[in-house]
Design a protein around this ligand. Structure first.
Ligand code: C2E
Ligand code: MG
Ligand code: MG
Ligand code: MG
Length: 278
C-alpha cells in the first residue's frame, strides 16, 4: 500500500523536478563508488605573487569524472557528499593527495611552494580532522606553514565555539588559515581581530566589478586590501581575468592573485611541465 502511494505521489511532480531528483539519486549512488573507482581528481590553480610575478603555490580544486554525467562540479557533489557522510573519506583523500603532490612539486623545483585546501563547515565539525592533518604532516614532512586551509567567511564567523577550537588547533599545528570568498558574508571586525587568520581571499564578485568601473566596488576592494594590511594579513584576489583588473590590484597593493588571466586550475602533469619552464 505504502509503496503504491509513493508511486501515486510522484504523479504530482512536474517532469523537470522528477528528472532532476532522479538524476540526483543516481549521482548520490554513484558517489559511493567514486573513490574506489578512482574517479576523483585534483586540479591545481597557481597562486601568483604580484611582487615578482612568480608562482608561490597552488589551490587544490576537486573534480569528479562520472561515467554517465561527465565532469561534475564540486558545488554539485560536495553538498551530496556532506549529506551522505562521504565527505569524510573524500576530504581525507583530498588532503593526502594534495599534500603528496605538493611534496613532489617541492622536490622537483627545490622551492617553497604552498598548497591550499578547501574545507567546508561539515568537515570542520569532524573531530578527527585535526588528528588526520597532524598525521599527514608527520608522514609527508612538509613544513606546516606551506599548507593552508581555506574556509569561507560564513564558516569562519559562524558562532560555533567548536569550530573556533578546531581552527585554533589547526593553527597550532603550524598550518595557515585563509578566509575564502571574503566580502560575501557578514564578517564582524571584532571576529577578524580574534581569529587566527593568515590570508584574506577577496571574492571574484568584487574583482569582476573592477572592469565595469563601478566606483563603489573598487572602493570595497581598496578597503579590504587596506583592512588586511592594517591587520598584518596577506591578501589575495580571486578570479582575475583581465589586464585591467590586474593593474588595479597591483596599484592598490594586493599581495597575490589567482585567475584565468594567468592560469586556470590544471592537472598535476601540466603543472609539472609548467614548473619545468618557469
Ligand atoms: P573557491 O574555493 O572559491 O574556488 C574558486 C573557484 O573559482 C573554483 O571553482 C575555480 O575553478 C574558479 N576560478 C578560478 N579562477 C577563475 C577565473 O579567473 N574566473 C572564473 N570565472 N572562475 C575562476 P571550482 O573549482 O568549480 O570550485 C568551486 C568551489 O567548490 C570552490 O570555491 C570551493 O568552495 C569548492 N571546492 C572545490 N574543491 C573542494 C574540495 O576539495 N573540498 C571542499 N570542501 N570544497 C571544494
Ligand atoms: Mg578556495
Ligand atoms: Mg573563493
Ligand atoms: Mg567560492
Amino acid at each position: 500500500e505504502a509503496k503504491g502511494r509513493g508511486k501515486n505521489q510522484a504523479v504530482f511532480c512536474t517532469g523537470e523536478i522528477k528528472d532532476s531528483t532522479t538524476k540526483n539519486h543516481t549521482l548520490v549512488n554513484n558517489l559511493y563508488w567514486a573513490l574506489e573507482r578512482d574517479e576523483l581528481q585534483l586540479l591545481y590553480q597557481p597562486k601568483i605573487s604580484l611582487e615578482n610575478n612568480t608562482i608561490i603555490g597552488f589551490e587544490a580544486l576537486l573534480r569528479w569524472h562520472n561515467t554517465d554525467y561527465g565532469v561534475v562540479n564540486p558545488q554539485v557533489f560536495i553538498p551530496m557528499a556532506e549529506q551522505t557522510g562521504m565527505i569524510k573519506p573524500i576530504g581525507l583523500w583530498v588532503m593526502k593527495t594534495a599534500c603528496q603532490q605538493i611534496k613532489r612539486f617541492q622536490e622537483w623545483t627545490q622551492s617553497e611552494l604552498s598548497i591550499s585546501i578547501n574545507l567546508s563547515l561539515i568537515q570542520l565539525r569532524d573531530t578527527s580532522i585535526v588528528k588526520n592533518m597532524a598525521a599527514i604532516l608527520q608522514e609527508t614532512q612538509i613544513p606546516p606553514h606551506l599548507i593552508e586551509v581555506e574556509i569561507t567567511e560564513s564558516v569562519a564567523f559562524q558562532d560555533e565555539p567548536f569550530i573556533m577550537e578546531q581552527l585554533q588547533k589547526i593553527k597550532e599545528l603550524g598550518i595557515s588559515i585563509a578566509i575564502d570568498d571574503f566580502g560575501t558574508g557578514y564578517s564582524s571586525f571584532s571576529r577578524l581581530r580574534t581569529f587566527p587568520i593568515d590570508l584574506i581571499k577577496i571574492d571574484s564578485e568584487f574583482v569582476r566589478a573592477i572592469s565595469s568601473n563601478l566606483h563603489k566596488d573598487q572602493a570595497i576592494i581598496r578597503s579590504i586590501i587596506q583592512l588586511a594590511k592594517n591587520l598584518d594579513l596577506k591578501v589575495l584576489a580571486e578570479g582575475v581575468e583581465t589586464e585591467e583588473q590586474l593593474q588595479f590590484l597591483k596599484k592598490e597593493g594586493c599581495d597575490f592573485i589567482q585567475g584565468f588571466l594567468f592560469y586556470a586550475p590544471l592537472p598535476a602533469k601540466s603543472i609539472e611541465e609548467l614548473l619545468n619552464y618557469t
